[in-house]
Design a protein around this ligand. Structure first.
Ligand code: HEM
Length: 545
């Protein structure tokens, strides 16, 4: 045994020699004299002769160590007492092998069918609870909101955003203060002279200009809708809009869309499960680079604001935040200049990819369901007769259009797994015990197509939102913005954008699925947000307006 330990010691010594060499190389930029380190160790190693008994002992020792490690992993990957059920867990890997990491949504649905509306999985060594269906999600996020409104703090996305934003802030006073401030500021920008409606209509003019250029031709709406959504929130945040071919906005939108896919992709899953890989040069590093680019651009905008602002006369969100900082001085407020950039980026990100992907899904369905498009247009023509512009209030007279927009949001399922939540204390849900700090994934998909909640859960059909009298009705299970205290902060803005943009465009143009485009593919690309596959639509000017 002594010899055996001795051999291990020599092996370690040999390796540490190699390690100190690599550290040395990295620090000084030139190789150390490795020969001087290796030589005596090699001599020592070669001087040790293993007898068969020693070799057996060494193997036994190694096996013993392996067993202890395996038992530790097994214990770690066991469900705690009375934890929600789930498939058997493999040590180290957890349940990763039973998921398609490129798009696990179908697997999550399959597991719901096997284990019920509340089940658990191990993502590597991490236990995660999935909550499904209207009743369970409402019970957790609304009835027991205080217990379920935290956010996990040890994920790829936390590291990328340096734990300074609003979306991923834990359920604490910092989150509360920033959320209240953002809501208040968004609301203030909806009032006054230059209202939110006017801003949106201003942007719609640019969409129309783009579509006008494509009359009689086909157009891919991807970039146009992304830039339009980005511009609307950019005006609120930074008081600026950018031309659709502007380099800066192209870079920001590219970074956002890429990060939305990276953040839920297989590499970030690996990052979340195994901290050991975090420093390796793997594809998730692209997410850090993208964020850094956006951070620098936003910082420049904030710096510019600091130079040009007139205190007390805010032009946008950034000015409001700086005014608020002046007002509060050093009273212990949780607002800070440093957090401003991260909060602004969060709002920009959250307000761009979501709205634009919903619009893309909307126009994909409207072009391929021409009878629904025509019925919308008949209603729009009738209600807006003689009116120059549609206003958000007109929605009350357009039950069918409202039903179509809501149905688009239901099938678009834009944020399928919400933003991940986390328990803030040891708690219970539906009779199961869930310890503090457990990651909770609200599967919004499972509510938006839940049987029993919808007349037609598995098809695109606006009748899902039409009552017996032909009126617009919104079932409680309509929760694309999630529910509870962490519910989407931009719901009001998003709903206004979707209504004004879709009505204005449908009033002016007819959108046609090109004859040579083959059958439409409605299966979206997976990410934090679901994105329709790229498509083209033919644009025609309508005669009746
Ligand atoms: C169709 C468009 C949108 C959809 C479907 C959507 C959906 C969601 C969902 C599902 C969440 C997660 C809620 C939760 O954790 O339970 C969320 C959070 C959030 N959304 Fe949206 N969103 C949309 C548009 C917007 C817009 C335009 C903004 C910006 C003004 C925005 C800002 C936010 C913020 C800041 C959060 C984090 C709230 C918090 O953690 O307290 N969203 N959104």
């Amino acid at each position: 045994m002594r010899n055996c330990l001795h051999s291990i010691f020599l092996f370690k010594l040999y390796n540490s020699g190699l390690r100190s060499r690599s550290k040395c190389t990295a620090r000084r930029g030139r190789a150390c004299s490795t020969a001087s380190l290796r030589q005596p160790v090699r001599q020592l190693v070669s001087s040790v002769k293993f007898s068969p008994a020693q070799f057996t002992m060494f193997t036994v020792f190694l096996l013993l160590w392996l067993c202890i490690w395996l038992v530790t992993c097994l214990l770690k990957s066991r469900r705690p007492k009375n934890f929600p059920p789930g498939p058997p867990v493999l040590p180290v890997l957890g349940n990763l092998l039973s998921l398609n990491l490129e798009n696990p949504l179908k697997d999550y649905e399959r597991l719901r069918k096997s284990y019920g509306n509340i089940y658990s999985l191990f993502l590597g060594p991490k236990p995660v609870v999935f909550i499904n269906g209207f009743h369970v999600i409402k019970e957790a996020l609304v009835t027991k909101a205080g217990d379920f409104s935290g956010r996990p703090q040890d994920l790829f996305v936390n590291d990328v955003t340096q734990r300074k934003g609003l979306i991923l802030a834990d359920y604490n006073p910092n989150w509360k203060e920033h959320r209240r401030f953002a809501l208040m500021t968004l609301r203030n920008f909806g009032l006054g002279k230059n209202t939110m409606e006017e801003r949106i209509h201003g942007e719609i003019k640019h969409i129309i200009k783009t579509l006008d250029k494509s009359i009689g031709k086909t157009l891919s709406p991807q970039v146009m809708f992304h830039n339009a959504a980005s511009n609307i929130i950019c005006q609120v945040l930074f008081g600026t809009r950018y031309e659709y071919d502007d380099k800066l906005i192209k870079v920001i939108v590219r970074c956002f869309t890429e990060n939305s896919k990276i953040a839920n992709g297989p590499w970030s899953m690996l990052y979340d499960c195994y901290p050991i890989v975090r420093k390796l040069p793997l594809p998730f590093n692209k997410g850090f680079k993208n964020f850094e680019i956006c951070q620098n651009l936003a910082q420049n905008i904030v710096d510019e604001h600091m130079k040009t602002r007139v205190p007390g006369e805010p032009r946008d969100f950034v000015d409001c935040y700086l005014d608020e900082l002046d007002k509060r001085g050093s009273d212990g407020s949780l607002l800070s200049e440093n957090r401003l950039v991260f909060n602004a980026l969060d709002l920009h990100f959250a307000g761009t990819d979501t709205t634009s992907n919903t619009l893309l899904t909307g126009f994909l369905y409207l072009t391929t369901y021409p009878h629904i498009q025509e019925r919308c247009q008949r209603e729009i023509d009738q209600v807006l007769k003689g009116k120059d512009l549609v206003s958000f209030d007109d929605r009350h007279n357009m039950p069918y259009m409202q039903a179509v927009i809501h149905e688009v949001q239901r099938v678009a399922n834009t944020v399928p797994l919400s933003v991940f939540h986390c328990t803030t204390k040891d708690t219970e849900l539906m009779g199961y015990s869930i310890p503090k700090g457990t990651m909770i994934i609200p599967n919004l998909t499972s509510v938006l197509n839940e049987e029993g909640q919808w007349k037609f859960p598995h098809e695109f059909n606006p009748e899902n939102f039409i009552g017996d009298q032909g009126d617009f009705v919104k079932p409680e299970a309509f929760m694309p913005f999630s529910t509870g205290p962490r519910m989407c902060l931009g719901e009001g803005l998003a709903r206004m954008e979707l209504f004004l943009i879709m009505v204005t465009l449908l009033r002016k143009f007819k959108f046609i699925w090109p004859e040579d485009a083959g059958d439409p593919d409605y299966t979206p690309l997976y990410g934090v947000t679901l994105t329709p596959k790229p498509y083209r639509m033919k644009i025609q000017l309508r005669e009746t307006q």
